[in-house]
Design a protein around this ligand. Sequence first.
Ligand SMILES: Cc1cc2nc3c(=O)[nH]c(=O)nc-3n(C[C@H](O)[C@H](O)[C@H](O)COP(=O)(O)OP(=O)(O)OC[C@H]3O[C@@H](n4cnc5c(N)ncnc54)[C@H](O)[C@@H]3O)c2cc1C
Length: 373
Amino acid sequence: MNADILVIGGGLHGLSAALQSARRGASVILVERHFLGRHASGATAAGVRTLGRDPAELPLSLEAAGMWHEMAELVSDDCGFTACGQLQVAEDEAALSKIKARVRALQSKGFMHETMIGLEEMQELVPDLSPHCLGGAWVSGDGSADPHRTICAFRDAALRAGVEIHEECLVTGLQRRNDRWQAQTSRGVFEASIIVNAGGAWADQVAALAGEPVQQSIRTSMMVVTERTQTRVKPVVSSLGKKLSFKQTAQGTMVIGGGSQGRLAADRQSASVDFVALAASVGAAVRLFPKTKGLRIVRTWAGMEAMTRDHLPVIGFSRGAPGLIHAFGFSGHGFQLVPSVGRVVADLACKGQTRHDLGAFDVERLSKERAAA
Ligand SMILES: Cc1cc2nc3c(=O)[nH]c(=O)nc-3n(C[C@H](O)[C@H](O)[C@H](O)COP(=O)(O)OP(=O)(O)OC[C@H]3O[C@@H](n4cnc5c(N)ncnc54)[C@H](O)[C@@H]3O)c2cc1C
């Protein structure tokens, strides 16, 4: 029940931080109130996307992109990652101008990963795309992975590295005594010098237990899987300004997501599908790929995760609680960041510093006390 580092939250960010800390020689315990991957990490669309990221996230996202291409080095499995490319299309002139402006701005700052592509190239990449699309931005090295294989790979690698994992273990209290944290849990008291808060949609509650109230809300993004189809769509496709991301699995089913929100039952820690909102996503998908009209939906779900006001995560040391490191608030796009954020958190936990500038991710911007002042 004693370790150098206690990680709270058994989603992919908790697992990645735990694994990479243990690889640096720290003793690590990870506690998860349900089972590993129960929430956002198990519900995710698993898109591996640098495309359309906030510039503040790009250094972490580009580092993560490199790590996804070498994923077997980190966890001895490629996690089902395929670099099938990601394409963001413009369905009207206004969207096209916005995409062009973004790509120009990125390139002027030296970020060359996004390129503009025109109609012809787009039709070659995605022949079944509706002809009303005008052009788009393309990242060839982006793609998608298999979320459940990723959870298993990170879990197994963490166990091999010596991480002790306790499932069905809810943290209910945190106290700092003599430079050590004591965590009260449903399975007894744990002690550690460093706490990592990877509590996802409940990270604000974990922060409050440590005496650092923060403001966050909860996203409840929905997903749809269709029956198998002969239509072939290789890259992941999204549409600027629409809540839509569209991809095809190796089995031929279509996976439609993109941020349409379900119904939250936070007290029951669950989210359910809102079929009216879901119909809008599906309609947008059919508009982009008319051949998918009439396909049967075989599965839908909604997942919960923390969302911040500026949609940027919180990564870094607490301002008020010594030895507390936050990694939460990924606001619907944290899957891709799992390898690099885990590396940053491990650096902070084991060396007290990272080479990344975490200014944009500082917890202080979400401080409830600051908001009240
Ligand atoms: C439907 C959907 C689609 C998505 N698609 C994409 C995508 O295509 N690309 C992308 O990059 N990102 C995507 N995301 C976002 C991505 O999945 C998340 O950002 C990421 O999985 C967050 O991981 P996490 O470990 O922070 O959170 P989680 O996986 O939610 O893990 C947090 C864990 O902490 C546990 N916990 C909380 N409080 C306590 C406590 N007190 N004691 C013990 N345990 C506790 C919870 O039970 C939970 O399991 C999507 C998310 C959803 C929901």
